[in-house]
Design a protein around this ligand. Structure first.
Ligand code: GLU
Length: 484
């Protein structure tokens, strides 16, 4: 049986993008499902826009997500001779030709087409130049691009593994296509995407091309190139686009698009990869939504990739991430939260505070959807005093609160130990002796200790503040607010 060979072929013109990463997930899943090979190829022929730092970002993003590749990375800039050779074959076979049109001539041609209500396209005007015409252009110093012939009456048909039978008309491909830019000298210039991708996919024995639906028109062109070069056409699978909440293609305007952005927002790699697998793929048991990539790989078939666009659902991603966060051991979670606290400027004392930080982590863990939520959840715990909100001050000024807080302070002064049971005993004692409702005592404590009316578990919060020696200070400050 032939080994399945798939690839991801990002261009290093930006950081690893969610769309590319999702394509990588599908390729990886398919390769693992079929015991095949997943290849990384960096399409860096556009040297003006390609940067080394983006290549590094793509590699580290794939690694972070757990999408290990079996071969590569291969770089197109190191393979230019292979593209030149293929272009020469096409020229020799009469399937490609030099086109000497200037940009101005092409603009005029398109303007004229538009003026006549036609779609702009190259009109194949240099397809059949005579030797003399070519010599004249060369003598005039024109440097040609190389165009590949696309006949208008061709029909390109393929059986897409996701979309079924796709039919594309040659006349809808914009005329003979440029496969190489004009060279500086008489050599063939820089090869373009469609040519390079076909040469590489042939050379790397790629037999499944799984990529975004935005490449469908390229696929039609590429099939013609496979035929022209006498190669077997791979199976194509076009995955649905990722859409924003209003149904348009997810873009930078939607807040985040790069995997780095998601990492910084506090999504865990396993959770993000899990969510991306669901962006356009439905597992056989659609109620099974939490899985590792390795688990998904066991079941991943292209037949279960949807044709319709995949809506990006932040609430679902948050939910999936929360499932992963809640399962993390506290010793691991605290390590992941510390950088967020440090970035927020919280004075985190790593040497002496480890067990206190773990207790804090254990308390806030159930409320976290993203690691970054840990900043707001822990905001009461990194300074001696807090600023009370207007709502908390109003609450504190109610009748009875002064006596409650005074009673708590007195009890605290008398307490020899302070554990959960001691905190509960103090609340009970104050409730009884002042004949007030327990709820009022709890809310008074919360307002006094944290300066707000809502927050994490009260008893646990109190314990943490007590361990720092800040609970009494805050309650005393609350009393001055009441009486000030
Ligand atoms: N470099 C192309 C891209 O990033 C690759 C497309 C393909 O998979 O052929 O979109």
């Amino acid at each position: 049986m032939t080994t399945v060979r798939v690839r991801i072929a990002p261009s290093p013109t930006g950081n690893l993008h969610i769309g590319t990463a999702r394509t990588a997930v599908f390729n990886w899943l398919y390769a693992r499902h079929k015991n095949g090979k997943f290849i990384l190829r960096i399409e860096d022929t556009d040297q003006a826009r390609s940067r080394q730092e983006y290549t590094e970002n793509i590699k580290s993003g794939l690694e972070w997500l757990g999408l290990n590749w079996d071969e590569g990375p291969f770089f197109q800039t190191q393979r230019l001779d292979k593209y030149q050779a293929a272009i020469q074959i096409l020229l020799d076979r009469g399937l490609a030709y030099p086109c000497y049109c200037t940009p101005e001539e092409l603009d005029q041609m398109r303007e004229a087409q538009k003026a006549n209500g036609l779609a702009p396209r190259y009109d194949n005007r240099h397809r059949n130049l005579t030797g003399q015409e070519k010599a004249d252009f060369v003598a005039a110093g024109r440097k040609p691009v190389i165009r590949f012939k696309i006949d208008d009456d061709r029909e390109i048909i393929w059986q897409d593994a996701v979309r079924g039978r796709v039919v594309w008309k040659g006349s809808d491909l914009g005329g003979d296509m440029v496969i190489a830019r004009a060279g500086e000298t008489d050599d063939i210039g820089q090869p373009l995407y469609n040519l390079a991708v076909v040469v590489d996919d042939m050379d790397m024995d790629i037999n499944y091309v799984i990529r975004g639906e935005d490449h469908i028109a390229n696929t039609a062109k590429q099939i013609l190139l496979y035929e022209a070069l006498g190669a077997e056409v791979p199976v194509f699978a076009h995955t649905p686009l990722i859409l924003n909440e209003s149904g348009r293609k997810l873009s930078k305007r939607d807040g985040v698009t790069s995997i780095d952005d998601f990492r910084k927002m506090g999504f865990l790699p396993g959770a993000l990869a899990n969510y991306m697998a669901l962006l356009g793929w439905t597992p056989p048991d659609s109620t099974e939504e939490i899985f590792t990539l390795a688990q998904a790989a066991k079941q991943f078939e292209l037949e279960r990739v949807n044709k319709a666009g995949a809506k990006f659902d932040w609430a679902k991603l948050d939910w999936i991430n929360s499932q992963y966060l809640h399962k993390l051991p506290v010793e691991e979670l605290v390590e992941l939260l510390i950088p967020y606290w440090q970035d927020a400027g919280y004075p985190v004392d790593l040497d002496s505070d480890r067990s206190w930080l773990e207790s804090l982590t254990a308390m806030i863990a159930p409320s976290l959807n993203r690691l970054s939520d840990g900043v707001a959840e822990a905001k009461f715990f990194f300074s001696e005093s807090v600023t009370h909100t207007a709502e908390a001050i109003d609450f504190l000024k109610q009748d009875g609160v002064n006596d409650i807080l005074t009673g708590v302070i007195t009890a605290l002064n008398e307490a020899e130990t302070f554990e959960v049971t001691d905190a509960k005993a103090i609340i009970k004692q104050v409730t009884k002796s002042l004949k007030v409702k327990k709820g009022l005592v709890m809310r008074s404590l919360r307002a006094g200790l944290t300066g707000e009316m809502h927050g994490p578990d009260l008893i646990q919060s109190w314990l943490l503040l007590h361990q720092k020696g800040w609970d009494k200070l805050r309650l005393e400050k609350a009393l001055t607010l009441i009486n000030g």
